[in-house]
Design a binder for this molecule. Structure first.
Ligand code: ZN
Ligand code: ZN
Length: 278
């Protein structure tokens, strides 16, 4: 087998992508995938100073996304074998947002909800100045602490995305210290055990291959630890914002996951999980 579904993907409904959703669909079909899930950004209350001219930056309009997905399903859904176009969202966690996310989850026919920690201390670690005045260890610890406490406020989610996302933006990539589970074992164990206790999934995000990390997020050591702790439920997505990144690293990550012991990955339709062989 191979990984036939890419379930983390953005389109021009996300502030950081200018690719029409239809282009993502045609590329996925060219790659012989059996399905994709659009998970455009729902980073409500994204810090306003990064995009002062756009008060709804990083918050897709679910009505617009749904309308386009319905159009694409009519155009491409009847292919043989069936190609599934999922309607998902990526919720950017903040302490005050869980109620609004629950409302969105109840109001739309979503297939899949990804929950993500994109901020630390209310700032986006994508921007190098956020790292100034802190040690990397301080900032990364805060990031995991915020992730854990925010996750505990969320009641509508299916998978925890890119657990060690912040390491993509470490200014000095030479320090691989924070690439590993060993940097913060207690905190990461707590997050993994919480995911397992909720019966939810951990995402294996292959965008790390695009960012030159040469490994997925989370790092292999964290994926090994999740398995050791009893975690078996994983979702897989490339977090593509452009067509050339769809399914990036899928062959490498499949080998890695099989070597750890994983046998299946999960896809969602109408929020219902289905396990598929790796
Ligand atoms: Zn994300
Ligand atoms: Zn994403």
């Amino acid at each position: 087998m191979s990984i036939l579904y890419d379930t983390h993907m953005h389109s021009s409904f996300s502030t950081d992508s200018d690719t029409p959703a239809q282009t993502m669909v045609t590329q996925a079909l060219d790659l012989n995938l059996r399905g994709i899930c659009f998970t455009d950004h729902m980073d409500l209350d994204y810090p306003p100073f990064y995009f002062p001219e756009d008060p709804s930056a990083f918050a897709a309009d679910p009505d617009e996304v749904l309308q386009e997905i319905r159009r694409l399903r009519e155009q491409f859904g009847a292919s043989d074998p069936e190609f599934h176009i999922g309607f998902g969202l990526e919720f950017g966690m903040q302490p005050h947002l869980s109620g609004r996310f629950s409302d969105i989850a109840r109001s739309y026919p979503l297939d899949f909800i990804i929950t993500s920690q994109h901020l630390v201390g209310g700032l986006d670690p994508y921007y190098p100045e956020v790292w100034e005045g802190h040690t990397c260890a301080e900032l990364i610890r805060s990031y995991y602490e915020e992730m854990l406490s925010n996750l505990k406020t969320m009641d509508q989610w299916d998978t925890l995305a890119h657990l060690d996302y912040i390491i993509r933006y470490i200014p000095d990539r030479g320090s691989l210290l924070f690439d590993s589970y060993e940097a913060f074992p207690d905190l990461i164990d707590e997050i993994l055990l919480y995911v397992i206790s909720c019966g939810k999934c951990l995402e294996v995000n292959t965008a790390g291959y695009k960012y030159g990390l040469g490994q997925p997020n989370p790092a292999p050591s964290i994926l090994r630890r999740y398995y050791e702790l009893g975690g078996r439920r994983i979702t897989i997505g490339a977090d593509a914002h452009a067509p050339e990144h769809i399914a990036i690293g899928f062959d490498e990550v499949r080998k890695l996951l099989l070597s750890i012991g994983y046998e299946r990955y999960t896809v969602f339709r109408s929020r219902v999980p289905e396990e598929l062989p790796l």
